[in-house]
Structures are given as structure tokens and as C-alpha cells.
Design a protein around this ligand. Sequence first.
Ligand SMILES: [Zn+2]
Length: 146
Amino acid sequence: MLDHLPQYIDPLHLVEKRAVLKGQIPISDFDRLADILHSNAGSANVELAFSREGRLAVVTGRIEVTLALTCQNCLDAVSVVIDCAIKLAIVASIEQANNLPEAYEPLLFDGNENLLLKDIIEDEILLYLPIFPKHEHRCFCFTSNK
Ligand SMILES: [Zn+2]
């Protein structure tokens, strides 16, 4: 088992090796998240297992990260914990992706260019991101209705 994460991966090669990857990715590496972050301190804990389920090459695992987002009510920082299970099936085409069992999300890989691992993780985080992050307590005090 690797205790650090490679930058690029060949997912099919990792499936052949039945590899397990475990490590951390700094939140500051996620370019697409940058705009919505209040702070980019910290890192995401990532655990990925590559295997076969029947005819499918699959990647299962977990991402856990605490993001400091901007509260949409008071514009202050709000901590949002994302702890999500990953279940991806490696596909070579959109057509294959459309035929996947519902439990899997497609991971497109044409076998040529290795994939940037942080992009895969960032895609997953974006899926679970709240559309309207806000504090659980009432933090908005401009229009008080006491
Ligand atoms: Zn707030």
C-alpha cells in the first residue's frame, strides 16, 4: 500500500495491481474550488481501492475533507464537512458510461493519457458541495424579525 498519493494515475494499471492508494491532497491544489473557499488551509483525506467487479474495472473508496466555505448569509467562514463514498467504474467511452449499472459513476479513461488524481477527487468533492452553504445558527442579522 502506498502511503503517499501519486500525482498522475493509470487507473487500469492500478486495477491490475489491485492497488490501494491512501493519502492527503492539500485543499490549495483544487483550482476549481478556489473561488468559493474562504480559506484553503488543510487537506483532503483520500482512500481509493482499485479492483474488478465482474467485467467492470472499479475504483471504490472515500474522501473526507473539511472545507471553509463562505456563508451565503453573513459572508463569514462556515465549515462544511464532506465525507463521501466513491464508486467509480472505468469506461473508455460515453457509450460505455451510459450503460453502467446505476450504482457507479463513470470515470472516463481512454488508456492513453494518465489522469490527474486531484482532478478526480475534485470532481467528487464538487458533486457533494452544498449549493447554498450557510451557518446552522441564524447568522443573518440585517433583517431581524424579532
Ligand atoms: Zn453565516
